[in-house]
Design a protein around this ligand. Structure first.
Ligand code: SAH
Length: 214
């Protein structure tokens, strides 16, 4: 599989539809115009890769819907060169978008098969995160902290405390909160070591955030 004019055209159309649905951050849109999403889905889904929908990937997980990727990336409000911690590498698509946005990306995945798959694809497309690991996202990366932002791409029943600790003052965590099938997209801004401001951005549906690697 490679990138072609057809794929570029389909991506352009997808990005236009994201703009119509309220994604306006040019850096996010520019990154999504570049990343070849069809290489992050299983080949059976290649023809549908530029439809605005989620797909199953290995280990019963899902690649997030492009609108969700655009929405979460836009909520980060980060600048080029900043450090972002992503929890749930999954297919690696969101990781690639963050790398294309010019960010230093640190990403964690708890499923070995997905860790292996995403490592391979990210190298193939040349969107290389600063650091990628197979492990438990609840723990974050204390060695690389503090981060300007934390992006969680799985639904968490509660806010992971260790991840809040790893945010800079002024940094933000974007996290879908809620058990079961429905979560509320939430932005938590760290105002001081023990003060946080929380804003909610409506309902989404994610696979659950689980502990320990498998
Ligand atoms: N951004 C990814 C989303 C994948 S779905 C994409 O677009 O492809 C969410 C991912 O979070 C799954 O791959 C799941 O295995 C992973 N995950 C769940 N709990 C986790 C945890 N505690 N630490 C790290 N990853 C986790």
């Amino acid at each position: 599989m490679k990138d072609s004019y057809k794929h570029k055209g389909l991506r352009e159309r997808l990005v236009l539809s994201l703009e119509e649905q309220g994604i306006s951050d040019e850096v996010v849109l520019g990154a999504m115009r570049k990343v070849p999403r069809h290489l992050f889905v299983e080949s059976a889904f290649e023809d549908y890769a530029y439809e605005d929908r989620a797909f199953s990937i290995l280990s019963n997980q899902t690649i997030s819907r492009p609108l969700t990727v655009g929405f979460q990336s836009q909520l980060l409000e980060v600048e080029q060169g900043q450090k972002v911690l992503e929890i749930g590498t999954g297919s690696g698509y969101q990781t690639a978008v963050l790398v294309e946005m010019g960010l230093q990306v640190y990403t964690i995945e708890r499923q070995k098969k997905l860790f292996d798959f995403s490592s391979k694809v990210l190298r193939m497309v040349g969107c290389i995160p600063e650091y990628q690991s197979f492990g438990d996202g609840y723990l974050g990366f204390p060695n690389f902290a503090p981060f300007d932002a934390v992006l969680v791409t799985c639904g968490a029943e509660e806010i992971p405390k260790k991840l809040l600790e790893q945010l800079k003052i002024g940094g933000k965590m974007i996290i879908p909160i809620g058990g079961g099938e429905n979560q509320i997209m939430t932005k938590i801004t760290k105002m001081s070591d023990d003060e946080y401001e929380t804003k909610e951005y409506g309902g989404f549906s994610f696979v659950p955030m689980l502990g320990r690697r498998v």
